[in-house]
Design a protein around this ligand. Structure first.
Ligand code: SAM
Length: 280
């Protein structure tokens, strides 16, 4: 197998959720760098994979990173896995991937399970744009502060949360975003007690408060986009001049469509700019 660093996603609950390529890679590499080797041993044993494991987490010293890089430089292939899902997504690996790239070692990221994407695909919230926040701060004041800065995101927000904090986080979300904001709690995805519930934030808070079972297990909290999110349209001086000049010659929608093509902005925002100017 080609030498390099293979980023291998592993199941987030259901052991069946691992690709053929992931299993082939784990069996073929020289070494598997894992966040928690005891945890990963169980997965590997389940699939009869006997590749040696090496403990690697974000606190691993530079020496550990250098040793892995040296092994790859001398021809070894290394797979990086985390306890669950895709490495580097709220999991270790960033420093290793970057160092490998900087050392000229090829990085092969394999597609596979990720709780954020799984939750998003089953939530019933808009998916055309989403923002992955990962874990919010553990302390309420800092968490509220962060939620304030996220309040006007125009896409769906994806948040990871620990079971013992989910009620407190929902409480803070209600306080900052209002009880009416549409949200989804996706719990224990791919496992026996998988639950996906969509409702207003206030309803979800009441539900997890009344039924403590809903606070158990792994959780993804998704917050729907603000209904009337207004994103500032930032148009360069040149594009702005072009828009207004074209609008002198063409119908406004046509002018807006041409500048949208050139600037990457949305036709409807540019059209609105033109029509609102006409009102003033
Ligand atoms: N790297 C992982 C991924 O690709 O999703 C995430 C690792 S992060 C340390 C763990 C968090 O992911 C959990 O606290 C939870 O928010 C979320 N998570 C992981 N597995 C999950 C599952 N089966 N159901 C719901 N959320 C899950």
């Amino acid at each position: 197998m080609e030498r390099g660093l293979y980023i291998v996603p592993t199941p987030i609950g259901n052991l069946g959720d691992i690709t053929h390529r992931a299993l082939e890679t784990l069996a073929a590499v020289t070494l598997i760098a894992a966040e928690d080797t005891r945890h990963s041993k169980k997965l590997l044993a389940h699939y009869g994979i006997e590749t040696p494991l090496w403990a690697y987490h974000d606190h691993s010293s530079d020496t550990a990173t250098q040793q892995l890089l040296a092994r790859m430089a001398s021809g070894d292939s290394v797979a990086l896995i985390s306890d669950a899902g895709t490495p580097l997504v709220s999991d270790p690996g960033f420093r290793l991937v970057r160092s490998a790239q900087d050392s000229g070692i090829r990085v092969f990221p394999l597609p596979g399970p990720c709780a954020a994407v799984t939750a998003l695909s089953g939530a019933g919230l808009p998916t055309d744009r989403f923002f992955f926040e990962g874990f919010l701060p553990a302390k309420s004041a800092a968490r509220r502060h962060r939620l304030e800065s996220l309040a006007h995101q125009s896409g769906t927000l994806v948040i990871y949360e620990a079971p013992h904090r989910i009620a407190a986080t929902l409480g803070d979300a209600v306080a900052i975003l209002g009880e009416g904001r549409e949200a989804v709690l996706a719990r224990e995805l791919s496992k026996s007690f998988e639950t996906i519930r969509r409702g207003a934030l206030g309803e979800l808070l009441a539900w997890v408060t009344e039924d403590v079972n809903q606070q158990r297990g792994e959780q993804v909290l998704l917050l729907g986009p603000v209904a009337d999110a207004v994103e500032p349209v930032v148009l360069s001086g040149k594009d702005r001049a072009l828009l207004f000049r074209l609008a002198e010659e063409l119908p406004p929608r046509k002018a807006a469509a041409i500048v949208a093509d050139l600037s990457g902005l949305r036709t409807r925002d540019l059209y609105k700019m033109l029509t609102e100017r006409d009102k003033n």
